[in-house]
Design a protein. Structure first.
Ligand code: CDT
Length: 331
């Protein structure tokens, strides 16, 4: 008897800088209702799905470890509680419909209320009864820390978000084993493998990917190819479903990749968005299909060789043969 999970990928079009949370939440509810009408158990929303992609602007002063000056606008993009006053209606509707969801947002947290705040690029997983059953904080934070005026637009994620040390947990939810990753995380094979080693059957990934990559514009034309390449490889090599969901289209003058996709454990794309705006795509995901890969070609227990992979966790940057690092200089 196959284990089917009906999954929706709720792609979003642009969110304007001055768009109110309430308006965005109405868009999310509309997509959730479309998901319910299509028989979805779970709807996946993108990264930072409640606001515009604010890391494109330099909004504060100080340095990345000590954000200072007027942070009024910056702080307005973060959630201090989840659900909060403006997101509660999404949770209520999910419960009413019996449809779960994952949602990316900027999290501002002040543990122990001692005045030290932390900022994470977070995604939560909400079950069909409206309860939060999982949380993921983005691990790989791309871009830069300081204002770089030479760029057409900034990518200041490394200023506005901390790197999470919580890794890639998986959750027993939706009658399967599920996990999350966020945007740049999808480009790193370790992301999928760490979850693969925990038996993951479905990975939810939201993304905001500008089509223009300032450090190397020769990559621009390959943005769509690279997006699918990494997620299809991650799915196949770990025998898992992958749901990649964009906030795409032209947001505040910056064009972002759409092409949301649902990918099977075979690595094949089974559904793909055809617009660059709000759009729900769906797939009936047989979670037992994962076994066909996990128990054959990618039988980890039988075939993996962790004893020869020590470098993967022992070393960060690449070192060419013969190179030694002294005083920061590779010789
Ligand atoms: N949001 C996010 O992680 N975007 C990155 C852009 C990389 S360029 C700084 C991505 O990997 O798609």
């Amino acid at each position: 008897m196959p284990r089917y999970l009906n999954v929706g990928a709720a792609q979003l079009g642009p969110i304007a800088r001055d768009e109110q949370r309430a308006t965005v939440v109405l868009r999310l509810i509309d997509l959730l209702q479309q998901g319910a009408a299509a028989g979805c158990d779970l709807v996946v929303f993108p990264e930072l799905a409640l606001t515009t992609f604010f890391p494109r602007w330099y909004l504060d002063e100080g340095d990345a470890s000590n954000i200072s000056g007027d942070t009024t606008e910056l702080d307005s993009y973060y959630e201090r509680s989840m659900p909060g006053p403006e997101t509660q209606s999404l949770f209520d509707e999910a419960k009413r419909l019996g449809v779960g969801f994952s949602l990316g947002y900027a999290e501002l947290t002040e543990p122990d209320n001692v005045g030290v705040v932390h900022r994470f690029n977070t995604t939560i997983l909400v079950e069909r009864d409206g309860t939060i059953v999982g949380r993921f904080r983005k691990v790989h934070i791309p871009g830069h820390e300081a204002h770089e005026p030479w760029r057409q637009f900034q990518h200041l994620e490394r200023r506005y978000f901390e790197e999470s040390n919580e890794g890639f947990p998986v959750f027993e939810a939706f009658d399967g084993v599920v996990g999350m990753a966020t945007c740049n995380d999808r480009r790193w094979p370790e992301t999928y493998r760490v979850m693969g080693l925990q038996g993951v059957e479905l990975v939810m990934i939201g993304y905001n990917t500008p089509m223009f990559y300032a450090p190397d514009p020769t990559q621009n034309a390959l943005a769509g190819f690279h997006n699918h390449l990494v997620m299809q490889a991650g799915a196949y090599q770990n025998g898992t479903w992958v749901v990649g969901v964009a906030k795409g289209g032209i947001e505040e003058g910056v064009e972002s990749l759409a092409q949301s996709a649902i990918i099977a454990p075979s690595g094949q794309i089974v559904a793909q968005a055809v617009t660059i705006g709000d759009e729900l795509i769906t797939a009936r995901c047989d979670l037992d299909w994962c076994k066909q890969y996990k128990e054959t070609l990618f039988d980890f227990e039988r075939y993996r060789r962790p004893e020869v992979y020590a470098r993967i966790t022992a070393q960060k940057g690449a070192t060419a043969p013969g190179a030694t690092k002294q005083d920061g200089v590779i010789s």
